[in-house]
Design a protein around this ligand. Sequence first.
Ligand code: SF4
Length: 370
Amino acid sequence: MMKAGLYFHIPYCVRKCEYCDFYSISDLGSQQTYFEAIRKEMEGYRYKNILVDSVFIGGGTPSYADAKEVESLLERAREIFSFSPDTEITIELNPKTFDEEKLLVYRRSGVNRISMGLQSANDDELSKLGRIHTAKEFLSSYHLLRKNGFSNINTDIMYGLPDSTVTTLQKTLTFLKELDCEHISAYALTLGEDSPLYQRGYRFPDDDGVYEQYRLVCEMLSDYRHYEISNFAKVGTSPCRHNLKYWQRAPYLGFGAAAHSFYENCRWENPADIQGYIKQMERGAHSLITNISAEEAMWETLMLSLRTDSGVSFSQLPEHFWEQNRSLLQQYEAHGYVKTGETGFSLTEDGYFVSNSILTSLKLDTLHNQ
Ligand code: SF4
């Protein structure tokens, strides 16, 4: 039996945040048809004998959609796939988009992990980002989750925000630490120069300023395990099992508009709009499948493994690669960007910050010549 994670993309949001380039719409008029299309897409796997041990319901804002639709999605998934008894089931929520009644439905459906966006504890930053909530409103939503028995909560924050300083970020991190959540995702805000938020004339921290903010995140969350570039797990709790699959090249099936899948060494992606996706499901068509070649697989292994604190092991890449890059890796190690162990190497926290430059500097021609 093949083990896999399931991802469901629910592309509805109350309104568009100023920095967001994910596909989402605010009109819920299509939700019934959309959820039905997802259930139909799952039917294609009915006889494949797949064991599911992680589910991630993301978006968008899944909690903005009807909770009964989420419930029936999970019911159908349980009919089609085998579920391991300890399956991690995460749903993404935003403050002000759920109440006790919705939480009851989620719990009844087996949801056991929550991911909720705070982004900042400074209301002026939240308003610049176009978020629909204040810090206080986030807090009351968070307490509602705890009151309803959710004991595994991730909170998302961002740094490098418009007009932000280490002082404003410190306020967010202090607020966050008081919540004592099990998991924290901290992302650097990245915007194209033509994005509307960038053009509003706010002052954005320069590279040194963003690095200073990143260091503050690492220091203030030093009692968490920094297991991936942007992810921290409270010591004694587990990293997100579902997201680890992306970095470990473990199989996952994505359902819904714009969802990606990786299964049996193939990748595919669904149409990135609701109507296109619904039409594709009505026709019973499948998205275009790409086979991953051996050299692409090695490149993916390097790129994805280096995102995590497990790093890449010597046995995962050909010997030539290590021979060609040994002296470069030694230089990175001397500068504190890389840690080499007996079985492989990984990036340090400073290395995470410049991971793209490190990756592009490594000689990969040996991978292409295999
Ligand atoms: S809630 Fe999330 S997905 Fe929706 S617009 Fe905001 S950032 Fe994008």
